[in-house]
Design a protein. Structure first.
Lengths: 303, 323
């Protein structure tokens, strides 16, 4: 067990968080190994932000437990805090601070803050140190926030929707910066997003969240290997009962089925590899309580 | 952390200091003139060395005409602790909640209780220094006025000595607690302002007269005098109530006094003689001037206790991550 602990950057067990009457997150059991770049995806309101805030100790769990780098984030000690970098949604900064002030803030409030590194990164991006944070563009603010989080030299970097407010050019630059920053250090990264398209290039692990529950989690390569898209003549027989069938899409003349764990294709069914996007959407379209059965959809003529 | 606190709040701190410096300059200029006039024309009337009562009376009238409005203006300075406290207290958590920067602050390597402790202690120190120094200046400014009107006056007790700092700490913690609960600066400022006024009015009118049991002065009416004295004879005492009592000590209603007027006229004697002959006594319920400091400490204690309770609310909210 201890060997496993050493290898996981974070673990949650039966984690749940309730706000008044509503459960934002429930029964969340999850392990992310050290060194992974993990994407947390799901529609808006799926509980992504709640999960990330629980990971960095901004929230305390209602149920279950979280362990980040071997410690509970709620202990709130300097040591534990210094090992986790966090970039909150909308990358909040003190707007009246200059960039230089923000770096000084980072240095004053952290144990191993690398101000030179942050300064180099920002000047490479052409962000002036004497500019007020409020006067920077959204993309520049995101870069400053990232520079602050990375300069902590964290073992775990948690980013909440870092791409959401950025234009396509800024997104690309941001992802480049992120990948450049974490490439050499073996830092574990967890970031949330509701766009799946851009993730495949940068992530090797994925967690899919829907209605406050984890519907899929694992290394992307392994998940893609485990799933197949089966294409065959239109049928509605029995498909939905098998636990291995994630989703069945029925078109006019044929049926496409997303299956897990090498369910042997019946004669007449053609197996096809599945893309990450199809995989994620297949799981997101399953009903909230997915213990049994899959989604059956009537698809339009284009299928 | 202290640097962060200073960097985040320096605009408010500098603005508050600047406003207080301007007010202080006005107080010093007016105060020097008032002290000079008082020492030259009035002081002798109170230490018994004055030669001419009429000159005293004329000088006093002139003094009151010139500087009387200062007493009224001083009541406005009651707003100083409120402004200093609420404007620093309400945004403490609410502003960072609104802008999301609390997520930035609380994910650096500073545990949030230390973050809160440094901020609260630094800002409270600033508040005590600013309001304490300003209250000391007002106390100096009011010396002549205190000699004339006493220190229990609404324009005196509330702005002198140690209570202003206690009021300001109360306003600060009320703002901070309201901000922690309501999560909006504007709502927090509004709520703490209303709470401040409500508590101040309640304490001032409901509790302050009861900090100690009042003393009672009972005095026979001097026969044949031109008028009936009022008060205790010491301008600095705080008269709560006064009236007349019959020989048995029963307090008389004002309607009873009116009957004395008629009865005196019927008997053909002056009112005072009539009252003297019938054993009517005059009574005054009051707090002596010597209780000023005791009352200051009691009132400051009340507001500091309230501030401690409100601070506990803030600590509780921050500690249990309920923000």
């Amino acid at each position: 067990m201890t060997a496993l602990d050493a290898d996981s950057a974070l673990r949650t067990d039966g984690l749940g968080k309730r706000f008044r009457q509503t459960w934002a997150l429930r029964d969340c059991t999850l392990t992310i190994p050290v060194g992974r770049v993990a994407a947390l995806v799901g529609p808006n309101g799926a509980g992504k932000t709640t999960l990330l805030r629980l990971l960095v100790g901004l929230l305390a769990p209602t149920r279950g437990s979280v362990e980040v780098l071997g410690q509970s984030p709620t202990t709130n000690t300097s040591q534990a805090l210094s090992r986790v970098g966090f970039l909150a949604q909308e990358h909040p900064l003190y707007r009246r601070f200059t960039v230089a002030d923000l770096l000084r803030f980072g240095q004053a409030c952290n144990l191993r803050f690398d101000r030179d590194l942050a300064q180099r990164r920002l000047s490479a991006l052409g962000i002036p140190l004497d500019r007020k944070a409020g006067a920077l563009s959204g993309g520049q603010q995101a870069q400053v926030s990232l520079a602050l989080a990375v300069a902590k030299r964290p073992d775990l970097l948690v980013l909440d929707e870092p791409l959401a407010s950025l234009d396509p050019v800024a997104r690309r630059e941001f992802l480049q910066s992120l990948m450049g920053a974490v490439a050499d250090d073996g830092v574990t990264v967890v970031f949330s997003s509701h766009v799946i398209g851009e993730l495949e290039r940068v992530c090797d692990h994925i967690v899919v969240l829907n209605h406050g529950r984890i519907v899929l989690s694992g290394d992307i390569e392994m998940l893609l290997a485990e799933h197949r898209m089966l294409l065959g003549p239109r049928t509605t027989n029995d498909l939905d009962r098998s636990p291995n069938v994630i989703e069945a899409i029925h078109a006019d003349r044929h049926t496409t089925v997303l299956v897990r764990d090498g369910a042997a294709p019946a004669p007449g069914w053609q197996p096809q590899p599945v893309s990450l996007e199809e995989l994620v959407l297949g799981y997101l379209r399953r009903p909230a309580h997915h213990g049994t059965g899959s989604t059956t959809r009537e698809s339009g003529a284009e299928a | 952390m202290i640097w962060l606190t200073w960097r985040q709040h320096r605009a408010e701190a500098i603005a508050a200091t600047a406003v207080l410096l301007v007010l202080s300059a006005i107080l010093v200029i007016v105060g020097l003139a008032m002290h000079a006039t008082f020492d030259q024309n009035i002081a002798s009337c109170f230490d018994g060395s004055a030669v001419d009562r009429d000159v005293c009376s004329t000088n006093l009238q002139a003094f009151q005409k010139t500087f009387g409005s200062a007493t009224t203006a001083l009541i406005l300075l009651n707003a100083v602790p409120l402004a200093v406290g609420a404007l620093l207290g309400a945004p403490l958590l609410a502003h960072e909640l609104e802008t999301g920067t609390l997520q930035l602050a609380w994910t650096q390597a500073v545990p949030r209780m230390r973050w809160l402790a440094v901020k609260v202690v630094s800002l409270m120190t600033l508040i005590v220094v600013l309001t304490g120094a300003f209250a000391a200046l007002i106390t100096w400014f009011r010396q002549p006025l205190d000699t004339l009107y006493g220190t229990y006056d609404a324009g005196a007790f509330d702005v002198e000595a140690i209570v202003p700092a206690a009021y300001a700490l109360f306003a600060f913690t009320a703002g901070a607690a309201a901000g922690a609960l309501l999560r909006r600066s504007i709502s927090a400022i509004t709520v703490s302002l209303l709470a401040y006024v409500a508590v101040r009015v309640t304490v001032e009118s409901g509790l302050r007269p009861r900090y100690r049991a009042p003393l009672t002065l009972v005095e026979n009416i001097a026969a044949g005098s031109h008028g009936i004295a009022i008060g205790t004879g010491n301008r600095s005492d705080w008269t709560l109530d006064e009236g007349f009592a019959d020989a048995g000590g029963r307090h008389l209603a004002s309607t009873d006094i009116n009957t004395f007027d008629d009865a005196a006229r019927d008997a053909g004697v002056s009112l005072t003689t009539y009252m003297h002959d019938h054993g009517i006594q005059r009574w005054v319920s009051y707090h002596p001037a010597s209780r000023f400091w005791e009352f200051q400490f009691i009132e400051a204690g009340i507001f500091l206790t309230l501030a401690a309770v409100l601070l506990a609310v803030v600590v509780w909210r921050v500690k249990r991550r309920a923000l």
